[in-house]
Design a protein around this ligand. Sequence first.
Ligand code: 13P
Length: 253
Amino acid sequence: MRAPFIVGNWKMHKTVTESLDYVTAFLPQIAEMRDCDIAVAPVFTALASVAAAASGTALQVFAQDVAAEGPSGAFTGEVAAEMLKEAGCRGAIVGHSERRRNYGETDAIVAAKARRALDAGLLPIACLGETLAERESGAALEVVERQLGAIAGALTEADARRIVLAYEPVWAIGTGRAATPDVAQAMHRHIRSIWEAAFGATAAAELRILYGGSVTAENVADFTSLPDVDGALVGGASLSPAGFAQLIRRSRE
Ligand code: 13P
């Protein structure tokens, strides 16, 4: 019932030219993959060109962030959800841990960003996840609950049936140390049960929860085969078109 969803977060990699070269190489490799939603999230400057190149194909384009304000105003350096939509984006990642940690994004800001994205007709992928210290102190569930509570508080039931969530434990991002399938499944199950309590059984059953953190072509199926994991948010392993296409193929095996 939940369409699998694999998203490549390119982070601060690839110029416009490099992004377009990627898409040219990538599109033929995913042409036959119809049973999975596929997206990439390039840097802001490449969004419009990548979206134009991907137009009419199965490749969706996401921004890596979105302003908490909009549709326009005196917010230097920010990009509004409506502007991303016009540039051809299907959605935007919000609350990535790198933004929470390096740019001071609070739960309230992340919730406001998810709200703005939904209001502009974009699909938010809202990221959640605990740090290593939080996990080691036994606070992982509580931290994710708090992050999730802020997002849930900004949503209607209809929104709750559209948004995508991504569990990305901070200690697994870029470390080569992915969560174990048991840890991922337990957290995803917990997230779905919180969704059920907040929005009901249907919204919980429809909710797509992606796992992120050192996902590779070798381990992706360990996650996507889990009952409550509906796809992956992939950093490093999405940067090569052949490698990412292989990862997507493996996720379906
Ligand atoms: P890596 O796949 O490089 O660990 O990054 C995960 C991530 O942060 C995706 O948003």
